[in-house]
Design a protein around this ligand. Structure first.
Ligand SMILES: [Zn+2]
Length: 271
């Protein structure tokens, strides 16, 4: 299994991070992608990925919830770090495998809508310029998120590259799922799939497994029967079992397809 989205750098893992990561590796996790949320997360993420080279992979970006008065300064710092960790120079150390998590979040405040849009558009353009995929966070903002991504695809930046990416923690309708698939996006699926009141399983009926990435969003959103606990990549086995039921296949087949999807999107080395 590959965890395409786990906040390993967060406080919740501080006490036992190395031990926890070793347990994931021993248990069969192949790789973990660590998304960034702001400029302050840069050093912590690179430190973990340096220590766990070939297992943890870094991603940088400004999360919409972290768009506040200083967003332009945060973007400047993040862009500099992105430029320093991409390209062919063998001495650059850790290479980022995506830009994220970026997007729109109207859940807590609407005070920064304009800034969120601008930060999102800017980072989508950087992804196209740097030929990196994006990890998209969309909460209570589906219509605007679809239209900003569509605009980036129809009207790509100076460099005419397609936009590749994943809709992290997808929980929308069947119709919205199809809109994302039409744009070539993957859907990130995690613990929510196992929640009792979730309609996600039926909404995935017409989403082929070839478009799904496994994720935890750890430390959050642990699947049933561990709901409410700290999430860890190995708990994705409960999501895998549910996907196997939905697709009427074996858990091994779910793992094989979703791991290939993550490797393909993030261009991870084959193991
Ligand atoms: Zn996240």
């Amino acid at each position: 299994m590959i965890d395409s989205h786990c906040h390993i750098d967060e406080e919740a893992y501080e006490q036992d991070r190395d031990e926890m990561l070793q347990r994931q590796k021993d248990g069969g996790i192949e790789a973990i992608v660590i998304p960034g949320v702001n400029a302050r997360s840069i050093d912590g993420i690179f430190a973990i990925c340096r220590r766990w080279r070939g297992f943890c992979y870094p991603v940088l970006g400004l999360h919409p919830q972290d768009v506040a008065d200083d967003w332009q300064e945060q973007l400047r710092i993040l862009h500099e770090a992105m430029l320093g960790h991409t390209g062919d120079d063998p001495d650059i150390g850790e290479r980022i495998v995506a830009i994220g998590e970026i997007g729109l979040d109207y859940h807590y405040t609407r005070d920064y809508d304009e800034a969120q849009h601008e930060a999102f558009r800017t980072q989508l353009r950087w992804a196209q310029e740097l030929d990196l995929p994006v990890i998209i966070h969309s909460r209570d903002a589906t219509a605007d998120c679809l239209s900003i991504v569509r605009e980036a695809i129809v009207n790509p930046s100076i460099i005419n590259r397609p936009l590749r990416g994943v809709i992290h923690c997808f929980s929308g309708s069947a119709e919205v799922a199809q809109e994302w698939l039409k744009m070539g996006m993957y859907l990130g699926i995690g613990g929510v799939l196992t929640f009792k009141n979730s309609r996600l399983a039926e909404n995935l009926a017409h989403v082929p497994p070839e478009r799904i990435l496994l994720e935890t969003d750890g430390p959050y959103l642990a699947p049933t029967p561990h709901r409410g606990e700290r999430n860890e990549p190995l708990l994705m086995q409960f999501v895998v079992m549910r996907l196997a039921e939905i697709y009427n296949c074996t858990p091994e087949e779910v793992i094989e397809v979703t791991s290939a999807n993550s490797r393909n999107l993030f261009r991870l080395p084959t193991f």
